[in-house]
Design a protein around this ligand. Structure first.
Ligand code: AP5
Length: 216
């Protein structure tokens, strides 16, 4: 299955993408994660994108398109993928479409996560991540066993730089200006499903899998 998860920052795309990818047996392709790994390894790409990410701005299309298509060309993505955080602009959506056309494949579903602004703020302000193994926690909804310490490797958890108030505000503006227009595009081009992303992670996953089940 080839699925795109779309939604505002903090809507729970990454949480659900990991679960869905495991269920479908396809890779989760998250451009945010790939870019954060590039930063952590201090690669040339990482140095180029750091400023954009910390401010909450989108990384330029030509860089993100290259990163995303490189990942989609890998063998494990031939059978399908769950795209999390890509595409996020019209240019990226067109680039992805050309890639799929060249391969003679198409999208099976585009899922829009619906969540209130209050909930976005709660989810982002409570998020903590392990800088070593990248496990994502939420201090209220999904806390670690010991205060702010990773359950898997004992590393102190950190807050993402772009989860701080100013960057969150910027990310929401970028989402409204650059990503929202994709909804109109996909409403006419692919099976387009709106999911109520409020409630627990299990409840959202249940809705997601039921909605996808209606397509098969
Ligand atoms: P990226 O990492 O993709 O950020 P995002 O899209 O803003 O999404 P988030 O990771 O913030 O949220 P999410 O929806 O995945 O929520 P999550 O599941 O973690 O991108 C970061 C940056 O990289 C961008 O700003 C940009 O600079 C750059 N970038 C990446 N892709 C790009 C692209 N295509 N083009 C240009 N630039 C790009 O959940 C959030 C929190 O809520 C967690 O703590 C989680 O535990 C908790 N939670 C999840 N579900 C629930 C639930 N049901 N109930 C309660 N809590 C929940």
């Amino acid at each position: 299955m080839r699925v795109i998860l779309l939604g505002p920052p903090g809507a729970g795309k990454g949480t659900q993408a990991a679960r869905l990818a495991a269920k479908l047996g396809v890779p989760q392709v998250a451009t945010g994660d790939i870019l954060r790994m590039a930063r952590a390894s201090d690669s040339a790409l990482g140095r180029k994108v750091a400023g954009y990410m910390d401010r909450g701005d989108l990384v330029p299309d030509e860089l993100v398109n290259e990163v995303a298509l490189d990942r989609l060309r890998q063998k494990d993505a031939a059978r399908g993928f769950v795209l999390d955080g890509y595409p996020r602009t019209i240019d990226q959506a067109k680039t992805l479409q050309s890639f799929l056309d060249d391969k003679g494949t198409k999208l099976d579903a585009v899922i829009k996560f619906m969540v209130t602004k209050d909930e976005i703020v709660k989810r982002l302000s409570g998020r903590r991540v392990c800088p070593k193994c990248n496990t994502v926690y939420h201090m209220i909804a999904d806390p670690p066993e010991n205060d702010e310490i990773c359950d898997f490797d004992g590393t102190p958890l950190v807050q993402r730089e772009d989860d701080k108030e100013e960057a969150v505000a910027r990310r929401l503006v970028e989402y409204g200006a650059q990503t929202r227009p994709l909804y109109d595009l996909y409403e006419n081009e692919a099976p387009f499903i709106e999911i109520d992303a409020m409630g627990s992670s299990d409840e959202v996953f249940d809705r997601l899998t039921k909605a996808l089940g209606t397509l098969t």
